[in-house]
Each structure stands twice: as C-alpha cells, then as structure tokens.
Design a protein around this ligand. Structure first.
Ligand code: AMP
Length: 310
C-alpha cells in the first residue's frame, strides 16, 4: 500500500522516525499526472533507498501568469493507483515503503504565491548562470520556481537521494548547482528519458496532443537521434553542424514551430558553435510547439548520464 500524506508536519514526523531506524530516504519530486517516466524514477529510488517519498505538487511559482497552471492535470487518485499497480506487477525484487507527499499550496507557500513575480514576497531561490538560457530564455522565471520548490522539498524531506529525469536536462544542471552551492548532503541521481513507441518523450502534457499531433511530435526525437548518429560516426563535428541538422529535419514538418534548438556545454550550458571536445561532450536540446502544446527533448553526447551537469 502507498501512504498519502498531505502536511509538512506529518512528513517531518515520518522522517524523524525513519532517521531513528537508520533508513535511507529517496525523494522523487513530481507534479503528478504520473506516467512511465515518473515510474522509472521511482524504481531507481527503490533500488537506492529504503523509503521512497514521491512528492506530487503542481508548483505555482514555476508557472508564468500566461501558462497552463489551472489546466495542468491533477489526478492524485489515479497517480496512487498507478504506483500501486506498478509495484504489484513489477519485477523489482525490492520491498520499500512508498509515501506520496501531496501538499496543498498554502502548506508549501505559507506567505502566499501570486504568479506575478512583482507581487511576490519572501524567500525565492535563484541559480544564477544556469537559469537564463535554453528553457530560461523562453520562461524567465521558471527555474527560480523550480529551485525554490526543490529547496522547500529538500528542507521538508531531508532525503539522502533525490531523483530527476534527463528529460528536463537544464533542470538537472540547475539542481546539481543548487545542491553544491547550498551544501545539501544529498546525492542527485539522474534517470534516462522514457519514450513512447514512436520515440516521443513521455510527458504529462502529451495528453494535450491528439493522435495526429502525437505522431508529428516524434520528429523532435527523430531529429535528435539521427543527429547524434551522424556525430558518433564522425560525419558532423561542430555544434553549428549538429544544430543545423536538427533544425533541417524538423523543418520537414511545417506544422511544428521551433522555440529553440541548442548545442551546449553539458556543465556550463554555454552554446557550443565549434568542434565538440569529446572529453567535455555536449547537450543537444530543444523545444518545439505543435498547436498549443510545447514539447521538450534532448540528447547527451559523449558523457555518461550521471556525470551530466557536474
Ligand atoms: P514533472 O512531473 O513533469 O515535473 O516531472 C517530474 C520528474 O519526472 C522530473 O525529474 C522529470 O524530468 C521526470 N520525467 C518527466 N518525464 C520523464 C520521462 N519521459 N522519462 C523520465 N523522466 C521523466
């Protein structure tokens, strides 16, 4: 059975008891509307820690006033069932306690949280240097919201490990910087991207796509994958060549609008235009729009996933 807890006070008590029993705790932060991508992070957490806390919280501070906060799917009962069924049917031979932490907004933002940042009061966390490019260029306050909620969750749960998906690559880089600079004694573990059969990265927002859009959307992954093959066989060498190749392939789908396609240094997130240094590797990442739905995806070249963002 999966236990659902709604208050910070209860989690603090649970954490205290787990500490006395010397049990390790893994935190999987999510916004709910769970899918196999989230479940794969939960499995990673189950392998590493005795108790897994899955937070489910649609975090207002990472949504701009124009974005889909109200529309974002909230499916707590289903999410709980999905985890329970997954554990029952799963081959992982691990017995873990799994706790869903599903607080309401007042619990997490006791001073309130207006979406307009001009009106916000109190403490927010900014990870300078890694939050303004890529996703941050299109969504300027997004990583401030992400860093703030992740700090709050760390302060509530005191996890030994926290699990994040490569799907949100820049988020992984921001969180690793945050853990380093705020001296959290937490190991960050990254999980690979889980995809639909056609290659489209699974996402809670994919439910906004109709079946035609879903098939068109897979071109982002196809373009990234094809480009990484051309890099690995030596046909493409520079950041500019890789970026242009991704854009050229996506342009075959006229109904897709590109927000950005970027080739970046996997630690600093600075653009790479010239030849890629094989010792440093590269992140090719992008965001596109199909109708009103925004899709993000990425591929990491030349380094293993766990060292990404170090
Ligand atoms: P979200 O609920 O979208 O905020 O995502 C919660 C966590 O799940 C984040 O660390 C995401 O990177 C991760 N995640 C989302 N989609 C996927 C996916 N397709 N594969 C693996 N991890 C994912």
């Amino acid at each position: 059975m999966v236990q659902v807890v709604h208050t910070v006070k209860e989690i603090h008590q649970i954490r205290k008891d787990l500490g006395k029993q010397e049990k390790t705790v893994g935190l999987v932060p999510t916004m709910g509307a769970l899918h196999e991508g989230h479940l794969s992070l939960i499995d990673l957490a189950r392998l590493k820690s005795n108790t897994v806390i899955v937070s489910i919280f649609v975090n207002p501070s990472q949504f701009a006033p124009t974005e889909d906060l109200d529309k974002y799917p909230r499916t707590l009962e289903n999410d709980k069932l999905l985890i329970e069924n997954h554990i029952k049917s799963n081959k992982l031979n691990h017995t873990n306690d799994i706790i869903i932490f599903a607080p309401n907004v007042e619990e997490i933002y006791p001073s309130g949280i207006p979406l307009n940042i001009e009106e916000q009061q109190g403490v927010f966390v900014n990870v300078l240097g890694k939050s303004h490019q890529l996703e941050g260029e299109i969504r300027p306050t997004f990583f401030r919201g992400v860093a703030t909620i992740v700090c709050k969750l760390f302060n509530i749960v005191y996890p030994n490990y926290a699990f994040f998906g490569q799907k949100d690559a820049q988020q992984c880089v921001v969180i690793k910087q945050l853990v380093k600079d705020l001296l959290y004694p937490i190991e960050i573990v990254l999980g690979e991207i889980i995809r639909e059969d056609n290659g489209l990265a699974k996402s809670s927002r994919n439910r906004y796509l109709n079946s035609n859009e879903r098939s068109i959307a897979s071109i982002l992954y196809k373009a990234l994958n094809e480009t990484s093959i051309l890099y690995n066989n030596g046909s493409l060498k520079t950041g500019n060549q890789l970026r242009d190749n991704v854009i050229k392939t996506i342009s075959n789908e006229p109904s897709i609008k590109i927000d950005y396609i970027t080739v970046s240094n996997p630690s600093t997130l600075q653009d790479i235009n010239d030849e890629i240094n094989p010792n440093i590797g590269a992140l090719i990442s992008g965001a596109v729009r199909i109708g009103n739905t925004r899709i993000i995806d990425n591929i990491i070249l030349g380094i293993d996933l766990q060292s990404f963002g170090n």
